[in-house]
Design a protein around this ligand. Structure first.
Ligand code: TYM
Length: 332
C-alpha cells in the first residue's frame, strides 16, 4: 500500500472549514487505500508565542477533532509530533543541507515575519519548513494531502529528499503533494480575496468546526457577497459567492453547476440560508463527538501514545539509516 502522511498545527481551539475542506477530508478518505500517518504538529505550534497550558489543551482538542472527523486509530497511525523525537533529530540534519537563501525564499515565512518584525520572529519560524520536510521524509511518504498554501513547503521537501539521495545514496522516497484543486483554497468569508486562516482571519471570516451552529449560521448570513445578484461561480468577479458555492458543493457532494442551476432566479439570501442549514447538519454530530472524546482525556492520551509508538518504529528506522549515511559514529 502507498504511504500517506500529513500534519496539522494545534494553534487554535478549533479547526476551521478551510482545514477540513482543503485537507482533513482527504485524510479521512485516504485511510482506505493507503497506509496513513497523521499527526498533530505541536513542535510547529511553538514557532510563534504560545501559552503552555493552552497548547496542551489544544493538542488534545485537535486529536478529538481528528477522531470525530473519522480518522480511525486502528487503521491509521495518529500521533503527536513531540512524542516522536526523530522529527527534531532529522530536522537538524536537513537544516544542514538547506541553503540559507533557499529557506529565505519561503513565502509563508516572509508573510509572517513581515507582520511581526524581524526581531520578534523566531529562528524556529525560519526553519519551520525544514522540520516539515523531516516530518514527511521520516515516513517515506508517497503522498501528502494538504491545501494550496503548503505547496512551496512540499517543493522544498522534494528538493531536500533529492539532494540527500544524490549526496549520500538513495535513502528517501521523494513525496508528491496531494492538492485537490477545487477546495485547495477556501477563502475568508469577510475578505474573499484572502484564505481562511487561523492566524490571519477575523472570527467572522472563519467557520470553526466547533462553533455553535447558530454562530456559524450567522457568519454565513453576514458573509461578504458581490455586486449583482446572480448566483454563478466566477472567482474573478464574484469571489464571495464563488467561495460559498465551493463550500456548499464540498459539504453536500453536489456539483457547482448543479447548484447554479438550482439557484437560478433566487437571491444571495436563499443561498446563505440553505448553506447555513447544510452546515448545521454537517457540524452538529461532529461537535457532539468531539465533546464525548474530550470527556475522557486519559483514553485520548492512550490512543495518541499507541500512535506514537507505531510512528517511532518507522521513524527510528529511517533516522538510523540517515545517521549511518551522513557518517555519525554509532554507539558501541
Ligand atoms: P495548518 O495547520 O496551517 O493547516 C492544516 C491543513 O489545512 C490546510 N488549509 C487550508 N486548505 C484550504 N483552504 C484554506 N483556507 C486552508 N487553510 C489551511 C493546510 O494546507 C493544511 O493542509 N505546515 C502545516 C502543518 C504541517 C504539515 C507537516 C503538513 C507540519 N508538518 C507535514 C503536511 C506534512 C500547516 O501549518 O498546516
Amino acid at each position: 500500500k502507498p504511504r500517506v502522511l500529513s500534519g496539522i498545527q494545534s494553534t487554535a481551539d478549533s479547526f476551521h472549514l478551510g482545514n477540513y475542506l482543503g485537507a482533513l477530508r482527504y485524510w479521512v478518505d485516504m485511510q482506505q487505500d493507503n497506509e496513513a500517518f497523521y499527526f498533530i504538529a505541536d513542535l510547529h505550534a511553538i514557532t510563534v508565542e504560545h501559552d503552555p497550558k493552552l497548547l496542551r489543551e489544544r493538542t488534545r482538542r485537535s486529536a478529538a477533532q481528528l477522531l470525530a472527523l473519522g480518522i480511525d486509530p486502528e487503521r491509521s497511525t495518529l500521533f503527536v509530533q513531540s512524542q516522536v523525537p526523530e522529527h527534531a533529530q532529522l530536522s537538524w540534519v536537513l537544516e544542514c543541507l538547506t541553503g540559507f537563501g533557499e529557506a529565505n525564499r519561503m513565502t509563508q515565512f516572509k508573510d509572517k515575519s513581515a507582520k511581526q518584525g524581524a526581531d520578534r520572529v523566531s529562528v524556529g519560524l525560519f526553519t519551520y519548513p525544514v522540520l516539515q520536510a523531516a516530518d514527511i521524509l521520516l515516513y517515506q511518504a508517497d503522498a501528502v494531502p494538504v491545501g494550496e498554501d503548503q505547496r512551496q513547503h512540499l517543493e522544498l521537501t522534494r528538493n531536500l529528499a533529492q539532494r540527500f539521495n544524490s549526496r549520500f545514496g538513495k535513502t528517501f522516497v521523494v513525496p508528491g503533494a496531494h492538492i485537490v484543486k477545487d477546495t485547495a483554497k477556501i477563502y475568508d468569508l469577510q475578505e474573499p480575496g484572502a484564505k481562511m486562516s487561523k492566524s490571519a482571519s477575523s472570527p467572522a471570516g472563519i467557520i470553526e468546526l466547533l462553533d455553535d451552529p447558530k454562530v456559524s449560521a450567522k457568519k454565513i448570513r453576514s458573509a461578504v457577497t458581490d455586486t449583482g445578484r446572480e448566483i454563478v461561480y466566477d472567482p474573478e468577479t464574484k469571489p464571495g459567492v464563488s467561495n460559498l458555492l465551493v463550500i456548499y458543493s464540498a459539504v453536500t457532494a453536489r456539483t457547482v453547476a448543479d447548484l447554479e442551476r438550482d439557484y437560478q432566479g433566487k437571491g444571495y439570501g436563499d443561498l446563505k440560508k440553505d448553506l447555513a442549514a447544510v452546515l448545521t447538519d454537517f457540524l452538529t454530530p461532529i461537535r457532539e463527538q468531539v465533546r464525548s472524546y474530550l470527556d475522557d482525556p486519559a483514553e485520548l492520551d492512550k490512543v495518541l501514545s499507541r500512535g506514537a509508538e507505531r510512528a517511532r518504529e518507522v521513524a527510528s528506522a529511517t533516522l538510523r539509516q540517515v545517521y549511518e549515511r551522513v557518517g555519525f559514529l554509532p554507539r558501541a
